[in-house]
Write a protein that binds this ligand. Structure first.
Ligand SMILES: [Zn+2]
Length: 537
């Protein structure tokens, strides 16, 4: 018996290894899709029964089918798309300062004198040091040059850029920032945290058009990596407008959850004044959070811990807002019904973030608030207790483990790796902890994050406290159903179950059975969004 054509599936996948990521982590053979949704999951016969004359049948030949992956915190515009359009990549693969300077030299040759040059993704740890002011002046004598460290928290500027920012030997350190100086008190060009903003904010701001062009490149990259949904951190007004334009024009995008930027004056206040509550939007583009960069960078030695950094007994890091100020912002946003996200990295930064959330919850209970600590790196037992108690999501910077793990260990010591992204414990204790790359801070490739969670290995091959390793399927959950939960979307995505959005991914290896060392080299064969095959190779 065959079904009438209008009831048949549009697309079916058969002979597959389907990792459903349902509650039981069950496996299946085949999946049927209709009108952008999953129609049926099961054995080949059950699925083929839904096929009609117009149904496209894809024989997976044993290949693995997964739910489309979700990156729960990245910067598709601000530190990725716009940089692609305007800047020059300064890492993270350069092994020496000379290599980086060579690349900048080429960019300088193509840039008219006087125009700003922005470098990004510089990795001083990999290169062994930061460039000197003299080196920067030699390579860019006629252009103001600012090169951002890969974490986006520190940077180096040449003399012209320092001059434009009005920084000289008499300039005081700004609150929450540090201008590094030589023995005579002259700036060395290295600017930490708020001090780098003195230069950064002198550059012409990115335009909607730059975001519009950059985001389209980024969306294509995401699709190739099997990311069908992303949570976009610290989205500014022109970036948000660009996203809406891409959607309005029907250009290909991945589903995007927007975190309104607490740094852009009036953006959160405007949302509150408008009466927007989270989540707000549709399945392609929705506002899910207001976010503040409160705590900072461990690899750049500025994140706030209780104990000092290795080799710097006076440095316990810094927070970017006064406690009273951040608590007022969180209170107002929470009371208005907008979910908050606070970047908390070190234990002190996470605790002060949780203090603000706790006060807001005491003032006005919100049972399904899903407030998040963004990055949430150093999760000590007492912080685990607080996350559970307050039902706060640990939006974990899982991508840091591989890409930045060596710097974390160098800066915080081996002992503290026990509580750095402790996913075995988080899962066992039932603390929701979706994974993310923070791209372009770390590679957007989700398999690097998954590899890090499963092996606890850094890019150098060092192992960071192996007992916190998780199973591959658990790491995949952090990049699927847990990410869906972190945006109130667990009913519509994050697993291959009937009725959910047909966002899927076919990969070349079975992540559950291969040698974990191979996880990093998994490649996308096909990406499906909304029931459409949007990438195939
Ligand atoms: Zn971020």
């Amino acid at each position: 018996m065959s079904l009438p054509e209008d009831l048949c599936a549009d697309l079916v996948f058969v002979n597959g290894n389907v990792i459903t990521v349902d509650d039981e982590n069950s496996l299946a053979e085949a999946v049927a899709i209709k009108s952008g949704r999953i129609l049926r999951v099961g054995g080949n016969d059950q699925i083929l029964a839904t096929a009609g004359e117009t149904t496209r049948v894809v024989d997976l030949k044993g290949k693995t089918l997964l739910p489309g992956l979700i990156d729960s915190h990245m910067h598709p515009g601000g530190s990725w798309g716009a940089y692609l359009i305007r800047g020059v990549s300064c890492g993270p693969d350069f092994n020496s300062v000379d290599e980086m300077l060579e690349t900048i030299k080429k960019k300088v040759e193509q840039t008219p004198p006087g125009m700003w040059i922005l470098g990004y993704r510089m990795d001083d740890v990999k290169m062994g040091r930061y460039p000197t002011l003299e080196e920067l002046d030699n390579v860019a004598p006629m252009n103001p040059l600012y090169i951002q460290r890969r974490d986006g928290h520190n940077g180096v500027a040449n003399s012209l850029a320092l001059e434009k920012a009005g920084i000289d030997n008499k300039t005081q350190d700004p609150p929450h920032g540090k201008i590094e100086r030589d023995e005579e008190g002259n700036p060395t060009g290295l600017l930490r945290e708020a001090a780098k903003d003195l230069v950064y904010h002198k550059m012409p701001p990115y335009t909607e058009d730059e975001f519009y062009r950059g985001l389209q490149v980024v969306y294509q990259e995401c699709i190739k990596l099997g990311l069908t949904s992303i949570h976009a951190s610290m989205v500014s007004p022109p970036e948000f407008r660009a996203m809406q334009r891409i959607k309005r024009e029907g250009k290909q995008m991945v589903r995007t959850a927007v975190h309104l930027s607490g740094r852009d004056n009036g953006m959160v206040e405007g949302a509150i004044a408008t009466g927007i509550q989270t989540p707000f939007g549709d399945d392609w583009l929705k506002i899910t959070e207001a976010e503040w960069v409160f705590d900072t960078s461990t690899s750049g030695r500025t994140a706030a811990y209780y104990e000092p950094y290795v080799g710097e007994p006076d440095n316990t890091g810094m927070l970017l807002y006064e406690q009273e100020d951040i608590e007022r912002r969180i209170m107002e946003t929470h009371k208005a019904g907008i979910r908050v996200g606070l970047d908390g990295v070190g234990d002190r930064g996470i605790d002060r973030s949780l203090d603000a959330i706790e006060k807001a919850l005491q003032e006005k209970p919100w049972p399904d608030h899903r407030h998040r600590i963004e990055h949430c790196c150093y999760v000590t037992p007492s912080i685990q207790d607080r996350l559970l108690e307050l039902k706060v999501i640990d939006a974990s910077a899982t991508g840091f483990l591989h890409d930045l793990g060596d710097a974390y260990k160098a800066n915080r010591g081996e002992e503290s790796m026990k509580y750095m992204w402790p996913h075995r414990t988080l899962i066992d204790r039932g603390i929701p902890a979706p994974g993310h790359s923070d791209a372009s801070i770390c590679t957007p490739n989700p398999w690097y994050g998954i590899y890090g969670m499963v092996t606890r290995k850094t890019s150098s091959g060092d192992t960071l406290y192996a007992p916190e390793a998780v199973k591959p399927v658990e790491a995949i959950r952090a990049y699927s159903i847990d990410g869906a939960y972190a945006a109130w979307e667990e009913d519509i995505k994050g697993s291959i179950e009937v009725g959910k959005l047909a966002d899927l991914l076919v990969v070349n290896k079975d992540p559950l059975t291969i040698d974990p060392e191979e996880l990093k080299s998994i490649e996308t064969l096909m990406t499906i969004i909304d029931g459409e095959i949007v990438y195939e190779r």
